[in-house]
Design a protein around this ligand. Structure first.
Ligand code: G3I
Length: 368
């Protein structure tokens, strides 16, 4: 949809009498508009509840994003709750919302050690596991074929505490199939939808600390190994769950890491950006400044590489973030790790994203 008609639609949804807090800034283009100029995209994860119950937040998703990903609805736990039963309710709801607005959707995720239904592990034997995995991928990927732009085929395959060069994480899939689960998953995804970009998504590769540097090497080794075996991996997702209380970003090392991924012919997507602040003092202004500066340093090291296709944040507004469950602040205040505040106003992190994108060179036009 052209930017003008998007804006007109958005404007028409604003009640004239009581304007929401963000209504003083709709004349500024959203983050996806900034990204598009550079040949990139910006988007966010959307949870199932706000999709149906928070129209104000969804208006902001519409205004800021060119791509969305469901926070949970495509995971096995939600989409394949019983052995013989799929439930596409949440997944279809996001797909339909986005398609109606010409917003792209990325799929997350087909193979993970978490968010699996109780029936799965006991059902996986040497005789059954491959068929169960292939059937799931054929059914889920096949259903959205032609509409899904990327799939996180495998999520978080590495275990950072394992010091072996190829440190695959213990999971139901590794136990049932050995490392071949990776090959099976990527090949089955390609067969079900050859056009969706096939991604391996990883986290904890952001800082110059021993175990994360080791994990960078393990990720590079795993990609090289898969490509050597002709496994159809096409991109690496860097989750970017950052911590503003952590050491400074090693921009040189990080940008070399991205260059090393790109040198294998792989694309890179920033898939789950957020910045936790539970180690920072309570002051909102100080936290917002530190969160924005931290993200800016990370983004400025990563985005300049033309292999980087775009950025998604893991949620758009501080109204709801997994960070409050997993990394609760000791003072009970809510985390401020996302681009918009609880009133849906743009924060310093929004500006850091816009400025980092703006300062990136435009991507070369695709050939042909
Ligand atoms: O939907 C059920 C609900 O029926 C039930 O009553 C309730 C009680 O616990 O749980 C609800 O499910 C929760 C679900 O989020 C939806 O809110 C799960 O317990 C909870 O474990 C789940 O957490 C998600 C987590 O992944 C595990 O799937 C988080 O929302 C989601 O943000 C997080 O996302 C991950 C990415 O997929 C991968 N990268 C890291 C990222 C953060 O952990």
């Amino acid at each position: 949809m052209p930017e003008l008609s998007r804006r007109a639609l958005l404007a028409s949804s604003i009640a004239a009498a009581s304007l929401p807090a963000w209504a003083d800034q709709p004349s500024q283009p959203g983050l996806h508009a900034h990204a598009r100029i550079k040949g990139m995209f910006f988007g966010t994860a959307v949870a199932s509840e706000p999709l149906t119950k928070d129209p104000a937040l969804m208006d902001r998703v519409f205004a800021e994003c060119g791509i969305v990903v469901s926070e949970n609805a495509f995971k096995w736990f939600d989409i394949h709750p019983e052995k013989e039963k799929y439930d596409f309710t949440g997944a279809d709801a996001l797909m339909n919302w986005a398609t109606a607005r010409k917003i792209a959707v990325r799929g997350h995720t087909l193979v993970w050690h978490e968010a699996n239904p109780d029936w799965l592990e006991p059902a996986l034997t040497k005789a059954t596991a491959e068929k169960i995995l292939r059937d799931h991928i054929k059914t889920v990927v096949g259903r959205y074929a032609g509409r899904m732009v990327h799939w996180d085929v495998v999520n978080e395959p590495l275990h950072e505490e394992d010091k072996k060069p190829l440190a695959l994480r213990d999971s139901v899939w590794l136990r049932a199939l050995g490392p071949a689960y990776l090959d099976i998953a990527f090949h089955a995804t390609e067969a079900a939808d050859p056009h969706a970009l096939r991604v391996m998504n990883e986290f904890n590769v952001d800082y110059e600390i021993d175990w994360q540097l080791r994990k960078r090497d393990q990720l590079l080794a795993l990609c090289a190994d898969l490509l050597h075996r002709k496994v159809p991996l096409q991109a690496v997702g860097l989750q970017a769950h950052l911590d503003a209380g952590e050491i400074a970003i090693d921009q040189k090392g990080l940008s070399q890491f991205v260059a090393d991924i790109a040198s294998m012919g792989l694309k890179v997507i920033v898939t789950e950006l957020d910045v936790r602040d539970q180690r920072l003092p309570a002051s909102v202004s100080a936290r917002d400044t530190a969160v924005a500066a931290h993200a800016r340093a990370w983004l400025d090291a990563v985005l300049p590489n033309p292999a980087v296709l775009g950025v998604l944040s893991w949620g758009l507004s501080d109204r709801a973030s997994w960070l409050n469950d997993k990394f609760a602040r000791p003072d009970g205040l809510k985390q401020r790790g996302l681009p918009l505040d609880e009133d849906l106003g743009r924060k310093k992190l929004w500006t850091a994203l816009a400025n980092s994108i703006d300062s990136t060179a435009p991507r070369p036009a695709p050939k042909g």
